[in-house]
Design a protein around this ligand. Structure first.
Ligand code: ATP
Length: 498
């Protein structure tokens, strides 16, 4: 090693200390400091679990959604996209089963007055037991269930709480007018089912095919929390894949699960932080015959391995439940219409077999926010040098990085350098998201871009004025390369796609 003073910075030893993020709190602080996610309504003391996405957060969310949309709607030939209303006719939620069954069990602690979701409490389920096989209130009264806040067993009986947000439509409607009641959608899926025939006919589709939708959903969660993991307003990326009644449905759940695991890995998530969870039969939603959850290790700091995981997404076999229950024709055993309100039949006529049926559905349902959190946690890394100084580097996959290239002038008081850097930024912008930054010394500027995950920095220096070349610096290796300005756009695009 050289002892020449001027080289001492570049020879400082950095080593990776910690990958990925040690806990969610680390991401909360980075996200606020660097403009990804802010606590919502902060000037009024915040609003429970609501979060606002800042300048970089909105880019990251959009990139996740775009990656998903491209992967399903553009790269494949069998999936269409739609964007349905958030507020649908109330009858949609009656016949989907949400009005009757979309609820969670709620208990209050008599000691500390906390209100909690009963089925998330220690002791709620008997050891190795299953939902439906036990009397929850007997367990609550018997002191077997513990308050998650103070540990007391002095809890109320459970009662069911419907999680749909209610509102009333129209200026003249009274609060309790049943004809005016509407809900904010708790899932995007129903907007797809009620449009099944519209899409199939308009796009001349034949089963099997899928319909994808991304958008906001709302659930009045009893216990929101853990940053953007569980909020009352969130975004879903759902796809309903319609298949014949005799398709290999259970196997298709495995196939879609495998495809999604690969997609998540393509977003930069380490496969070791993903695992599959086969949802036990007794815990399946009313419409599902099989569900596999893809879990992410959101809580690496927890001592017990099994408590480190939370659902990232679910892949469900929904049978023909939804299309059938929204249809006018099906009847029950007594010959009565199951749906007395529907004016349409959502069945499908299969030309080759000359048969009519309700398509069955495989549904991969993912959350934008939980994906963003997993991506941030996995991208997070720290480098510590031999002086104990720590630098944060967000190793985001280039396709997800909010900013692809930062154009930095080495001297901001040199108009020629500044002018050249700004011109380079403008020329790159049509191809990729670039920013110009001159708000600090070059070391600070590099550190800031590393911390927000910008894959490449482009530095314009004195020599650039002479040789029409710039330095391109890599976020992960910190290696620098001299590139001609005339070849820069192509060079960056190649590096970002590699
Ligand atoms: P959980 O059991 O965690 O409440 P869920 O099984 O009810 O979730 P689904 O109905 O399968 O969730 O919704 C599909 C996806 O939507 C989830 O895997 C998750 O990514 C996302 N999601 C659901 N509820 C929320 C929420 N309250 N906040 C953020 N994302 C959510």
């Amino acid at each position: 090693m050289s002892s020449v003073g001027s080289l001492s910075f570049s020879l400082t030893v950095f080593y990776i200390r910690c990958v990925p993020a040690p806990n969610i709190d680390t991401i909360v602080s980075l996200a606020k400091r660097r403009g990804f996610v802010f606590p919502s309504s902060e000037v009024y003391g915040g609003l429970g679990s609501a979060w606002d996405y800042g300048p970089l957060g909105v880019e990251l969310c959009n990139n996740v959604k775009q990656s998903w949309w491209r992967w399903l709607v553009y790269d494949r030939d069998d999936i269409e996209g739609i964007d349905s209303s958030i507020i649908l006719n109330r009858l949609v939620w009656k016949y989907s089963g949400h009005e009757a069954t979309f609820h969670d069990p709620l208990v209050d602690c008599r000691e500390c007055k906390s209100r909690m979701r009963a089925d998330k409490l220690e002791g709620y389920f008997p050891e190795g037991g299953r939902l439906g096989e036990f009397d929850a209130n007997a367990r609550l009264r018997g002191g077997l269930v513990k308050c998650s806040n103070c540990g007391s067993t002095n809890l109320t009986d459970e009662r069911y709480f419907n999680m749909m947000f209610r509102t009333t439509l129209g200026a003249a409607a009274a609060e309790d007018d049943p004809a005016a009641v509407a809900y904010l959608r708790p899932e995007t899926a129903q907007g797809i089912f009620i449009n099944f025939l519209n899409v199939q006919t308009a796009m001349r589709r034949k089963v099997p095919f899928g319909i994808a939708q991304v958008g906001k959903s709302f659930r009045n969660e009893i216990t929101p929390g853990n940053f953007i993991l569980r909020t009352r307003e969130f975004e879903q990326m759902e796809m309903e894949y319609f298949v014949t009644p005799d398709a290999e449905h259970l196997q298709m759940v495995d196939e879609w699960t495998a495809l999604y695991v690969e997609w998540f890995k393509g977003l930069g998530i380490d496969g070791r932080n993903l695992k599959l969870h086969e949802v036990p039969k007794e815990e399946l939603a009313h419409y599902s015959k099989r569900t596999v959850d893809i879990m992410y290790r959101y809580f690496p700091e927890r001592a017990e391995e099994e408590r480190q995981w939370e659902e990232l997404m679910g892949i469900a076999y929904r049978t023909d439940f939804d299309l059938r229950s929204h249809s006018s024709k099906p009847v029950d055993e007594e010959g009565k219409r199951i749906n007395a309100d529907s004016t349409d039949d959502l069945s499908y006529f299969d030309e080759p077999t000359k048969t009519r049926f309700y398509p069955h559905v495989i549904e991969p349902a993912a959350g934008v926010n939980r994906t963003v959190l997993a991506v941030l946690m996995d991208a997070y890394s720290e480098r510590t040098n031999d002086k104990g100084e720590t630098r944060v580097i967000l190793k985001l996959a280039p396709q997800l990085a909010p900013i692809k290239a930062a154009i930095l002038p080495l001297a901001k008081n040199k108009p020629e350098i500044v002018g050249m850097a700004k011109a380079i930024k403008r020329s790159l912008q049509p191809m990729l998201r670039a920013v110009y930054d001159d708000t600090g010394g070059i070391g600070k500027l590099y550190a800031r871009q590393d911390e927000i995950g910008t894959p490449l920095c482009v530095t314009v220096d004195h020599q650039s004025l002479e040789d029409e070349a710039v330095t391109v610096r890599d976020r992960d290796t910190w290696e620098q390369e001299r590139v001609k300005v005339s070849e820069l756009a192509q060079h960056l695009q190649r590096r970002l796609q590699a």
